[in-house]
Design a protein around this ligand. Structure first.
Ligand code: NIG
Ligand code: FE
Length: 390
């Protein structure tokens, strides 16, 4: 088995607090790391590094776990740039825009959907992302949701059934009938391709009873629950997340102190998506409130053609620091270990013996540059399972 030594690491973010400086980031300086068979088998001071078959020196660069983007909608066709421009001119964001992407997605071939997904996955890899969660939700028929998930699994094992994104126009007069479809025939067709079930619990989408029904039906089919909650206003999404034991409640833009306490008590991760607030010109979530309440916080892009069309985790880190007052260390942790927690994974989001060798090399001496140098393409290389992705 070939072993590979990465050395000359000026700053290594391990996310293992038993290592290095003992902070949550577990920072090691002048470090090295050894990879074997897609896994990290050793990390430590450069001078103590064991011999390996091959080696590379990163010349003092910072090395971090690859970003874990735990919330994306990358299976779609079409473009909503005009909607974005109208929003910047004062139009509010509403769930209604989803219908235009649904029409374009239904009209697209499987090949177009796959090619669009592959292009966005490659774009994310160039920005350091090594794991992506990918949702369906722009098909909204049995066949179109099932094929969206069949496309998603070409890129990731973290695929999410989001048949309950919105009620499609053909069911406008029969939302109960649509929920029946989502929890019945559509679920049967989609469950074999999905790990997760999700629902958009919001005014204009699904209410608490509908959301609960969708998540419980998905769980009955072996899927794990996660939810879009409290994006456009205060509401019941977080309560439903806590009731069903969701892995994560995502958006959490409008929350009460009680919502935040409930997330802590239920062990539900709050996934904050500051690219959405940036792209919809909305108030940002109360990140400090979550952290002070002891909630596990993840950061993700929500990359989708409507509310936020960025695949850039570095942008989300910079926004979290500048706009939500997270420290750079908290933001980097949330974009790596936090994302892993939101996906209930312990093999990613960290770099220590036994983790996957999913990592990024920064063209900078410290992770601080991710927030300090916003908009600059700082990721010099991305590896997944020790193999170069970008
Ligand atoms: O997470 N909130 C619901 N769904 C997406 C937006 C989808 C769209 O506008 O196309 C989101 O923001
Ligand atoms: Fe979303």
């Amino acid at each position: 088995m070939t072993s590979w030594l990465l050395t000359g690491i000026g700053e290594l973010v391990t996310n293992d607090p038993t290592l290095g400086d003992g902070s949550p980031l577990g920072l090691l300086h002048d470090a090295a790391l050894v990879v074997e068979a897609e896994s990290v088998v050793w990390v430590g001071p450069r001078r103590e590094a064991p011999a390996a078959d091959e080696s590379a020196d990163v010349g003092g660069a910072a090395v971090l776990p690859g970003f874990v983007d735990s919330h994306t909608h990358l299976v779609f066709a079409g473009d909503r740039a005009e909607e974005f421009a109208a929003r910047m001119a004062g139009e509010p964001y509403s769930a209604g825009g989803i219908a235009s992407t649904v029409a374009a997605t239904r009209a697209a071939s499987d090949e177009e959907l796959s090619a669009n997904l592959a292009r966005l996955v490659a774009e994310a890899a160039r920005q350091g992302t090594t794991t992506l969660e990918v949702k369906s939700g722009y098909g909204l028929t049995v066949a179109d949701e099932a094929r969206s998930l069949a496309v998603a699994v070409q890129a990731t094992s973290e695929s999410t059934y989001l048949g309950a994104h919105v009620v499609p126009t053909e069911y406008a007069d029969d939302p109960a009938g649509y929920v029946e479809l989502v929890t019945g025939a559509m679920l049967d067709a989609c469950a074999p391709h999905a790990k997760w079930v999700d629902v958009f619990c919001e005014r204009g989408a699904f209410d608490a009873d509908q959301a609960r029904a969708v998540l419980l039906a998905g769980m009955g089919a072996g899927l794990l629950p996660r939810i879009h909650a409290n994006q456009l206003g205060l509401g019941p999404g977080i309560t439903v997340a806590c009731e069903v034991g969701a892995a994560a409640a995502d958006h959490c833009t409008f929350t009460t102190a009680e919502d935040r306490r409930n997330l802590t008590d239920a062990g539900v991760v709050a996934t904050l998506l500051p690219g959405v607030e940036f792209s919809t010109r909305s108030p940002y979530p109360d990140a400090r409130g979550f952290l002070e309440a002891g909630v596990t916080v993840a950061l993700a892009t929500d990359c989708n053609p409507g509310s936020c069309f960025t695949s850039s985790m570095p942008l989300c880190i910079a926004l979290a620091v500048r706009e939500m007052r997270m420290t750079p260390a908290e933001a980097v942790w949330a974009a790596t270990a936090g994302g892993a927690a939101a996906l209930r994974r312990d093999d990613i989001g960290r770099l220590s013996a036994g983790s996957r060798a999913d990592l990024l090399v920064l063209g900078a001496p410290t992770y601080l540059h991710l927030a300090y140098r916003p908009g600059v393409p700082l990721v010099a290389a991305t590896y997944r399972g020790g193999n170069r992705l970008a």
